[in-house]
Ligand binder design. Structure first.
Ligand SMILES: Cc1cc2nc3c(=O)[nH]c(=O)nc-3n(C[C@H](O)[C@H](O)[C@H](O)COP(=O)(O)OP(=O)(O)OC[C@H]3O[C@@H](n4cnc5c(N)ncnc54)[C@H](O)[C@@H]3O)c2cc1C
Length: 315
């Protein structure tokens, strides 16, 4: 995908768009496309960067520039956000590419939301807080975001995870409509809803047993908001090296939050869906020897086989 995302200098997205900035800041790329429009901009960039365009000719529909960012911000609805943000069709802001590249600041978004919506804006402000938190951790540990921050809590050692991404997922042909769809959106649009990111990361790390670093690098190559802080630490959160337990999900969760759009057309929906099982069974399958964690007794993921058996007997 040719990325024409975000710029804080003008509305073309040229000045600082990811992947287009010149190492010495020079090169004198043409910046004024206001009269000739986006197609002209795309043609121009294809000519200037034939290798990038040759590898991946899709152009993301997400537009760059301050004007686009302001329009997004003005259309944000903090109240609906709080109610629907977990759903793929929910009222998420899609501000991340602009925040990532400094077209709007996280502080500016926060102030705008609080002024517009007061306390009903709290949920959105909290989420922006995650961005801020990850940035602060990144400032402290730098390239340490590429290292496991803690031990794995999956019962498996790092050596049991593959180094490379599965080819079928990279080529969008796992046969799972959801995962192939997410990979396609990542490649062609450069944006995924938070839930799609979580599901994809859990699939890569826990179902395919691939190191989170491989998945994080794949995301960073394609996301318009690709940011080693939010991205890597979120992958680690899913993996369990930056959290107290691994994140995984079942089909019901995915189906509910996508209105079933993937499952309806999925060739594996009737048989062969790896997410179609009770959460306890999935846990047992994915984490055959869970690491003991006496601190978590309540909510599902921790406690080992014995604890799970006890819970089943109690039901
Ligand atoms: C595996 C994985 C990888 C991710 N990689 C990135 C990344 O490279 N860059 C990135 O900006 N975010 C990343 N996120 C966090 C989150 O998914 C995106 O910020 C969010 O989906 C962007 O869409 P939005 O702007 O519509 O978000 P909204 O839900 O509308 O949120 C508004 C803003 O709050 C911030 N925000 C919201 N949720 C989170 C979160 N969970 N963590 C950090 N900030 C958040 C973002 O700046 C976002 O633009 C990742 C999450 C996961 C699970």
């Amino acid at each position: 995908m040719l990325r024409i995302a975000a710029s804080h200098e003008d509305d073309t997205g040229l000045a600082s768009a990811t992947g287009l900035i010149m190492p010495d800041g020079s090169k004198g790329l043409r910046k004024d496309f206001s009269d000739t429009g986006r197609e002209d901009l795309v043609d121009y960039l294809a000519g200037e960067f034939p290798d990038v365009f040759g590898r991946s000719p899709e152009v993301s529909p997400i537009r760059g520039g301050r004007r686009a960012a302001e329009e997004r911000l003005a259309s944000a609805s903090p109240q609906s956000y709080a109610k629907t943000r977990n759903r793929l069709g929910g009222a998420v802001t899609m501000l991340s590419p602009y925040i990532r590249h400094g077209v709007v600041g996280a502080r500016e978004v926060r102030d705008y939301v609080l002024e517009k919506s007061g306390r009903t804006g709290e949920k959105l402000v909290q989420e922006i807080g995650w961005h801020d938190y990850f940035q602060r951790v990144y400032r402290r540990i730098g390239t340490g975001v590429w290292e496991d921050r803690e031990e794995w809590k999956t019962g498996l050692g790092p050596e049991e995870y593959a180094e490379a991404m599965p080819e079928d997922l990279l080529e969008e042909r796992t046969g799972l409509a959801c995962m192939d769809g997410f990979a396609r959106d990542l490649h062609e649009i450069g944006y995924l809803h938070n839930h799609a990111r979580l599901w994809t990361a859990a699939y890569v790390v826990h179902h395919r047993r691939v190191k989170w670093q491989a998945g994080a690098a794949w995301f960073l190559r394609h996301l318009l908001d690709g940011d080693p802080a939010s991205n890597n630490l979120s992958w680690q959160w899913v993996a369990s090296t930056f959290s107290s337990k691994p994140y995984f999900f079942d089909r019901g969760n995915l189906e509910r939050n996508t209105d079933g759009v993937y499952c309806r057309t999925c060739p594996l929906a009737r048989s062969g869906c790896p997410f179609d099982a009770p959460i306890e069974d999935l846990q047992e399958k994915l984490f055959p020897q869970p690491a003991p964690d006496p601190s978590r007794k309540k909510d599902g993921v921790r406690g080992g086989r014995e604890e799970r058996r006890r819970r089943r007997r109690r039901r």
